[in-house]
Design a protein around this ligand. Structure first.
Ligand code: ZN
Length: 287
């Protein structure tokens, strides 16, 4: 009966949010309220929206975007938001919650950040990889979608948004070039990671990602043994893991190969800086 109880609880939250929303849709300080699903999108919205916007992130830092559920205070914010920027690539949080979230606030503009992004398959699987933001090229498309949404909900800010957009797109292009340069001299181009969130990054920079997690679960003992063998053969010394996942198997592999686990966060809020850190960690691990 967990499902039924959750539904009742959710309906109560919706009612509360609705009552609160009758007080007006703008934030107290007159800023445009924008809700996003993941922390990297907060940087996207803030860099384009600047001082005209206030951003709320649904799946907070450290939370697992495959299982997270929104809180009452997030729903209250949602009820007065003018825009929701969803990732739109099929991440579980949005598949499970998007319909319910838009039901809380039917007037809110929903922007699909994935519009125009070329989705790719998870290597060796039929499923599409939802982690689209992990390449600067895709980030640029997502940011442009956000810009168009902001212009629609706040036409007075158009020129301001346009200038911010141009500046941030320039930074993303520069980031892309920096990563390319940093990884150009790397001889071994294969890396092992717990949860396969870096597929778009790997493809963009001609790297091969070897995931430890299989079908969203810890590998079996046999799978683990195979991965250890593979890591040894490939001369892998660093196992990457995300703070959102329990890297127990990552630790086991690292110990077996005499290497170490490095935490990298695909959901970091400081997007440009975190991708720069990721490229640096990879370059050092694969040299
Ligand atoms: Zn993921």
């Amino acid at each position: 009966m967990v499902r039924g109880a959750a539904l009742k609880c959710f309906l109560l939250l919706v009612l509360t949010a609705f009552i609160l929303s009758c007080g007006g849709r703008e934030a107290a300080d007159g800023k445009i309220e924008v809700v996003v699903t993941i922390p990297p999108q907060a940087e996207f919205v803030e860099r384009v929206g600047g001082e005209r916007v206030a951003v709320t992130v649904m799946v907070p830092p450290g939370a697992n975007l495959h299982t997270y559920e929104p809180t009452p205070s997030q729903l209250t914010t949602l009820a007065r938001a003018e825009m929701y920027a969803k990732v739109g690539s099929g991440i579980e949080f949005e598949l499970a919650w998007m319909d319910k979230l838009t039901a809380v606030n039917a007037e809110m503009l929903v922007v699909d950040c994935s519009r125009g992004v070329e989705m790719e398959e998870v290597a060796g699987k039929q499923a599409l990889d939802p982690h689209i933001w992990m390449s600067p090229r895709n980030a640029k498309i997502m940011v442009q979608n956000i810009y168009q949404g902001l212009v629609r909900v706040d036409p007075d800010g158009r020129e301001y948004y346009r200038q911010n957009l141009a500046r941030y797109l320039g930074e993303l292009s520069q980031l892309d070039q920096e990563i390319r340069d940093r990884l150009s001299g790397v001889t071994s181009r294969r890396f092992m990671v717990y949860h396969p969130a870096f597929g778009y990054f790997a493809r963009e920079y001609n790297l091969t990602m070897l995931p430890i997690e299989a079908e969203g679960k810890e590998p079996t003992a046999a799978g683990l043994a195979r991965l250890i063998e593979q890591a040894k053969e490939e001369g892998i010394k660093v196992i990457f893991a995300e703070p959102q996942f329990n890297p127990q198997s990552a630790q086991v592999i690292a110990e077996a190969i005499g290497g170490r686990v490095v935490l990298v966060d695909p959901l970091a809020r400081d997007y440009v800086a975190s991708l720069r850190r990721l490229a640096e960690e990879l370059a050092q691990a694969m040299k």
